[in-house]
Design a protein around this ligand. Sequence first.
Ligand code: FE
Length: 178
Amino acid sequence: MIIQALLFIVSLLPLSQPATDVSLPNLNIKTTMSDNPYYSRTDTAKLNVDDEEWKKILDEEVFYIARKKGTERAFSGKYWDFEGIGTYYCAVCGNKLFKSDSKFGSSCGWPSFFEADRPNSVNYEEDYTFGMSRTEVLCGRCESHLGHIFDDGPPPTGKRFCMNSVVLDFEPDQEGSK
Ligand code: FE
């Protein structure tokens, strides 16, 4: 009888869960200024924080994408078809990354921009993983992985910064300001 009861309980447990799925869309809850001592929208000094420390601070999803170079599922993030007017900051460190006026409607399923806020907002690195040759985009302040850049963007730059919503924080413009 006990064994039958145990077997019944075991049969109710989920057998498997996808290992790489990032649960969306409730993200970035923990990455706020109050919880993250490195988060600043005004301090542009470079950070040198190791992953062990970031793991204690960041949400699991943010850590996975920012520090382990993960990718959110296409069309799953909160910004891929978002059209708010304002500024996008690094969700890890608060670095100013993109303005909404450089965002464009891309069919790729990730938020896409044709230029960064300023040249040193981001850094670039060659990425040869998964049998591809791509250019990785990293935060210029905290070196977190943001996404990749491609040459199929619209004018005036022809670039497409293909970003992960998870590592972006959007702040709307105040009414009347630009
Ligand atoms: Fe950053």
